[in-house]
Write a protein that binds this ligand. Structure first.
Ligand code: BG6
Length: 506
């Protein structure tokens, strides 16, 4: 049976204006506007809605509207209905602005006053910072100080901040302090697009809407957990950003830690923003903090060399545009972490992520302890299939259970088999950008999918010793791997022992 995603139970969001900083950028065109289109097509965007784009270049509102009208069909996830697009674009305006110029915020304020009257948005405002992270603090500060984000007369004012939220623990703390100096925590929505993925949200449902898994979701039954976010994509044209960032900061404190905390957190008392976010932050708080020496020992970093990915020849990372030819930036990171609490003591969590790998694969694999197999003396333990519960996030959206079964025949011989639930077999959801739920949730004031300041800082606290250890080591210990492979061989040694090995990427 296929169940069609039903949005009828959801109400349209509150009337509001959305101000996007970084309106001329990629994110706005490729993801945000198509997501707004999808919300509008689903009847979830309010009729009283306005969109103001802000960017550095001079442009008229008409030109901005025309620009979005051209890019929308290019990036939309479904065929564009002219009537829906027209309705969405009718409320679009543009303001030229500089992040650090107070006069820009006065211009934005004047435009907001005008459009709020014209579109009857009731004064609710959502500011979306789709800019480079270097200007998050400046824009956040000006929004607070100019009064544009001050809540009054029942109207809400909220700010969505893109990633990366800081580049290390100190900068994340500084940014939190700056923002919390002018806004309340409940006005700040720090986005992590992994939380917009249905399969990621489903981890909580799998764990807490079923009585089946929770009793065995602990150190008594689980041997280890593997979290993989592998990409076939190379650094592409993002050399400037990526070479200063690396795989660890780009992916681990945000996307991988979201997966980690959903998989390992304690059951929250209620399915609501505060208990869920507190549970996730508490889990990250329980991750053992390693010294830089321990972190060095419990990690592998690698950089891709030449190779072939998806039948395409790929040049080594160091030859990519805007990458230092002597760069020691990692394009692959694998970490071993442990969690100091009753549920997880002694259960290693292995995390890996990288670019230019054999295939795109995001999954969480729970490896259960081996059965005592003394009964089946003829089957050596290494021939038994391992018991894995695998939550496939992308590209395969599925949940699979791998176990042993008797091979038909007169003797007892055992073979590994699997059962897989595929989302597409049960649910038909229209293709989306992944930003729809996140934007909609912010508009209705539900922060359940947005990490809080404490969660963000807890994430950086865990990775900081790895950052420090790798910075101190320079090129020492930087492994290399062939583009199109499963990653550096050194990562096998990190997980190896006790019969543990990484699941293959292909
Ligand atoms: C982004 C990273 O946050 O996530 C990119 O900056 C990465 O480097 C991307 O490619 C991966 O997202 P997804 O949704 O394709 O897994």
């Amino acid at each position: 049976m296929t169940i069609t995603a039903d949005t009828r139970t959801a109400r349209p969001a509150d009337p509001c204006s959305l101000v996007i900083f970084g309106a001329s950028g990629d994110l706005t065109h490729r993801l945000l506007v198509p997501a707004l289109y999808n919300l509008s097509a689903a009847g979830l965007l309010p009729d009283a809605f306005a969109l103001i784009g802000v960017a550095r270049s001079e442009m008229s509102s008409e030109a901005f509207r025309a620009d979005l009208a051209t890019s929308l069909p290019k990036y939309a996830t479904r065929k564009v209905d002219d009537a829906v697009a027209k309705k969405l674009l009718a409320g679009v305006a543009y303001v030229q602005g500089e992040p650090d110029d107070p006069a820009s915020y006065q211009r934005i304020g004047r435009e907001l006053d005008r459009i709020e009257r014209e579109r009857a948005t009731g004064g609710n405002r959502l500011f979306y910072l789709a800019t480079p992270p270097t200007v998050f603090a400046a824009i956040g500060g000006h929004l607070g100080e100019s009064g544009l984000a001050r809540e009054a007369d029942g109207a809400w004012r909220r700010v969505i901040i893109e990633k990366p939220f800081g580049t290390d623990l100190a900068s994340a703390r500084t940014l939190n302090r700056r923002l919390l100096g002018v806004l309340n925590e409940d006005q700040i929505f720090r986005i992590d697009h992994y939380l917009g993925k249905e399969t990621v949200q489903n981890i909580l449902v799998l764990r807490f809407a079923n009585g089946l898994f929770e009793p065995i979701w602990n150190r008594d039954h689980i041997d280890h957990v593997q979290i993989t976010v592998a990409e076939a994509l190379t650094v592409g044209r993002r050399g400037n950003y990526y070479d200063a960032t690396g795989a660890l900061r780009d992916m681990v404190p945000n996307h991988l830690f979201q997966l980690l905390s959903l998989v390992a957190m304690e059951p929250p008392a209620r399915f609501a923003a505060d208990p869920v976010r507190a549970g996730k932050a508490e889990l990250l708080d329980a991750v053992t903090l390693q010294s830089p020496e321990e972190a060095f020992h419990n990690s592998v970093r690698g950089q891709y060399g030449d190779g072939v990915v998806d039948n395409e020849v790929v040049a080594a990372y160091r030859q990519a545009k805007d990458v230092d030819p002597d760069s020691t930036t990692e394009t692959y990171a694998a970490l071993k972490l442990s969690i100091d609490n009753w549920r997880w003591a002694g259960v290693p969590f292995y995390l890996r992520t990288g670019k230019a790998l054999r295939a795109k694969r995001t999954e969480v694999a729970i490896k259960f302890k081996q059965a005592p197999i003394a009964m089946f003396r003829d089957t050596p333990v290494e021939h038994l299939a391992q018991n894995f519960l695998v939550v496939g996030i992308q590209p395969n959206e599925c949940i699979g259970l791998e176990f042993n079964a008797k091979v038909p025949g007169p003797s007892i011989s055992i073979g590994g088999v699997g059962m897989t639930f595929k989302y597409e077999d049960y649910f038909a959801a229209p293709p989306s950008t992944g930003y729809e739920t996140l934007i909609y949730d912010c508009m209705i004031g539900d922060a359940i999918l947005y990490p809080r300041a404490d969660g963000i800082e807890a994430g950086w606290r865990i990775v900081q010793p790895f950052i420090d250890a790798w910075r101190a080591a320079g090129g020492e210990g930087l492994a290399s791997y062939r583009a199109g492979s499963d990653g550096p061989a050194e990562a096998d040694r990190l997980i190896g022992g006790n019969g543990r090995r990484w699941r293959p990427l292909a």
